[in-house]
Design a protein around this ligand. Sequence first.
Ligand code: GLU
Length: 522
Amino acid sequence: MSVRVRFAPSPTGFLHIGGLRTALYNYLFAKKHGGTCVLRIEDTDRTRFVEGAQEGLIEEFKQAGIMFDEGPVQGGALGPYVQSDRFDLYKEHAKKLVDPNLEGNGFAYYAFDTEEDIESMRERQRNAGIAPRYMRGEMNNELTYGSEKTREAIESGVPYVIRLKVPHNRDVRFVDLVHGAIIIAGREIDDQVLIKSDGFPTYHLANVVDDHFMQISHVIRGEEWLPSTPKHVLLYEAFGWEIPQFAHLPLLKNPDGSKMSKRFGDVLVHQFRERGFMPEALINYCAFLGWNPGTEQEFFTMEELVEAFSLERVHKAGAIFDYKRLAWMNAHYLRLEPKERLGEEFASMLEANGVTYASKEYIENVAQLMKERVQTVNELVPFSTYMFKDPIHFEKDYLEQHWNEETETIVTSFLDVLSSIEPFTNEQIETSVKEFLTNNSIPMKKFVHPLRVAITGKKIGADLYSTIQLLGKNAVVRRLKSILELRNQMTEFVTEGIDPKTGETIEVTMVELPITPLEIHN
Ligand code: GLU
């Protein structure tokens, strides 16, 4: 039997990272087995429908490199692939399950309860401390009415639902490829509504009917659907259809072990994208959310994932969503990004931050220099402000620690060396600095820290010699001279900073140079 899988999102908003994981596993499984991956839009719940959500999902998959073989865009022989275009099919099938004699002997039955009836049943159950399941023997339905009253009710237009008649005297069994054999007693299962009073199908009915007619061989979905599966199995049995294989993927969890939620950070794919996470990194990270290759390999291309993936290696324990690890993976892909593409992304971010004057080549070079020190492209902007404008703010303690009378004498004589460096390349700058230090018996650390802080305004950054080369002689000389000449005229102010050891917000005293900072038009 050929492998056919589907990803079946409801268009209720943006794609959740868990949805990306489920879609990815379906895609990998299909490709691995030369099968077909279907996209089906489950929009039966019109109250939760969000305009544009379907288009958004499709775009996100495109960016991620997940290609569906059949779906609303591609079409296919077993469509339509949007449930709202298939409503008649569901109703027709629900009716097939109801006993035509209306004597309650079918796999499903009509029920006429009003909202108040259901609410008062719930109330009685709450008071008695019993599980909230439809008590079919006590309610208004085909089973309690009998055929005549049922027919009358239908004919006189009393609103009805169609409910699944779950057998109470036996177990429902199925095998899940991740969770193993599952056995649930029938009396534990609710008489699920299949057709609502507005004539719309519920998820359960539409899902099973579609999986059958779309010839789905494997249902691969999140563990949150595992409790629904016994109802689905009963539906397949009632229709006399072959039951697909099931694989329920582990829940995604917050670092504290609770169900993944936005309390701990972003959960939507587009949010990660906006924060500069690359599609390759998101895919690689999602692959590990419930699966591992059983080897040390940490980074995969899509083709390698297809090769390595198997449902046998999917585990059932919940998968903790580790934001730090995702960022670490992103850093890896960021470094591999082609120079020009990274430059373009960086340029558009700079532009959004008002930096419109630097050349394409300079932006590309800055990105190449800085990319080793950041994890996402977004971090490049705050990390490299001094590459585009002279710094005027310095941490007071740090500057005082590194600048004193002696530093000033050293830096003053270095300015002569600096102006004579030719060619102005990072290698030549490094050689000249080292020669200068050796000739004057100055230890390295007495020089590089003051140099870095004066040129960049920061304690850490990329390679200093390359930074100097990129900025150019004029900018570096100008920055060193500003500190030499104006250090005693700096004004103090207090701002918020982050304690690098504790990560806590602390007060930091800064000093400001009384200059108008120049832009770097390299
Ligand atoms: N429409 C369901 C969802 O939004 C599909 C669940 C399934 O794959 O059966 O996740």
